[in-house]
Design a protein around this ligand. Structure first.
Ligand SMILES: Nc1ncnc2c1ncn2[C@@H]1O[C@H](COP(=O)(O)OP(=O)(O)OP(=O)(O)O)[C@@H](O)[C@H]1O
Ligand SMILES: [Mg+2]
Length: 324
């Protein structure tokens, strides 16, 4: 028996008591030769569609040997779990090797018998999600930190666009942060560009006008990132700012737009107001001189017409030049 196998068996024996049993591996990221899940899952969150928990896995990589890693399990409780897990796994597999800002997929496991089988996506733990992260810091982040996040997201968006993929549901809860590094998660709504979809399944509050109409384009995620950076800077979603308009808040405004028979006139009006808001928000209006550029850049990111939004290169250069 080689030294490496002995080391592996010793590691396995010491872990045996805590390993999770009774699952099958449906897919495994080819980077790994073996994955052993531990039986210490703690629930991170329960949503409408599934349960997400944090656990550990021993992962064997031919070049590095075995490592113990924190991993996330995402289990679907509604719909076709196999299909959903596979879709998410496949898009993550395609993209994660191209950028450090996408969470790495590790595998898919199944549990149960033919009558009641459930599927779980196993992926790297990206840290706390940005929604909780910003709340824990009093609701806003300092502008230099927002710039750093903007820079990472701009780099990630460029990779997405070059792969002709739109994430379609970028929002603080779908981004994680650990050691100042962002990871994009939740690829369930992602789609290939150029394929029209009648329905939108992202989150209207962060969605671009064209996405709500089912027409994702290479600049749709840019709009969402503009709103995310706005949220991180001011601690506010747009709804509060849009009060006093014909719609009580932009969430219902966007839903209204998505469902109305003839969205055109009010649609344009709503987004013109969105732009005006960016000039009026005191937190942004009070930005110091060198941050004024940030305010107008954010405004251009959320332009209702995609072609008026900055290019991915422009976004990368803008945030790079504001890194401290
Ligand atoms: N890889 C990960 N690393 C860290 N936290 C994660 C990870 N994946 C998911 N989470 C946590 O679990 C939450 C829900 O995960 P995810 O967004 O993938 O599921 P979802 O069912 O689509 O949720 P929702 O419908 O609310 O968007 C995230 O907001 C985040 O807090
Ligand atoms: Mg989510």
């Amino acid at each position: 028996m080689s030294q490496r196998s002995i080391r592996l068996w010793c590691a396995l024996l010491s872990l045996k008591a805590s390993l999770l049993f009774g699952y099958g591996i449906v897919k495994l990221n080819p980077r790994y030769e073996r994955m052993l899940l531990h039986d210490d899952a703690a629930v991170l969150g329960v949503g409408i569609y599934g349960i997400v928990s944090l656990t550990h896995a021993s992962l064997l990589e031919p070049s590095k040997g075995e490592t113990l890693r924190q991993v996330v399990l995402k289990k679907w409780i509604k719909g076709d779990g196999h299909h959903q897990a596979s879709n998410e796994f496949d898009v993550m597999m395609r993209l994660s090797s191209q950028s450090p800002y996408f969470a790495e997929p590790i595998g898919i496991i199944s549990k149960g018998d033919v009558h009641e089988r459930s599927y779980q996506l196993v992926m790297e733990y990206g840290g706390q999600d940005l929604q909780h992260y910003v709340m824990e810091r009093g609701g806003t982040l300092p502008i230099p930190e927002v710039m750093r996040i903007g820079y990472q997201l701009a780099l990630a968006l460029e990779v997405l666009a070059s792969n002709e993929v739109c994430h379609s549901d970028l929002k603080p809860a779908n981004l994680t942060i650990r050691d100042n590094q962002i990871k994009i998660i939740d690829w369930g709504s992602s789609r290939a560009l150029g394929i029209a979809q009648r329905t939108m399944d992202g989150t209207p509050i962060f969605s671009s006008p064209e996405l709500i109409e089912g027409q994702a384009c290479s600049k749709s995620d840019m709009f969402s990132v503009g709103l995310i950076l706005y949220f991180l800077t001011t601690g506010k979603y747009l709804p509060e700012e849009l009060r006093g308009t014909p719609f009580p808040n932009s969430f219902s405004a966007l839903f209204f737009m998505a469902n109305t028979e003839d969205p055109e006139p009010s649609y344009a009006g709503c987004f013109a107001k969105t732009l005006a808001v960016f000039q009026l928000v005191p937190e942004l209006a009070a930005c110091k001189d060198k941050e004024i550029g940030f305010r107008s850049f954010l405004r251009s990111m959320v332009h209702p017409t995609p072609s008026f939004r900055p290019s991915h290169r422009e976004a990368i250069s803008f945030f790079a030049s504001h890194l401290h």
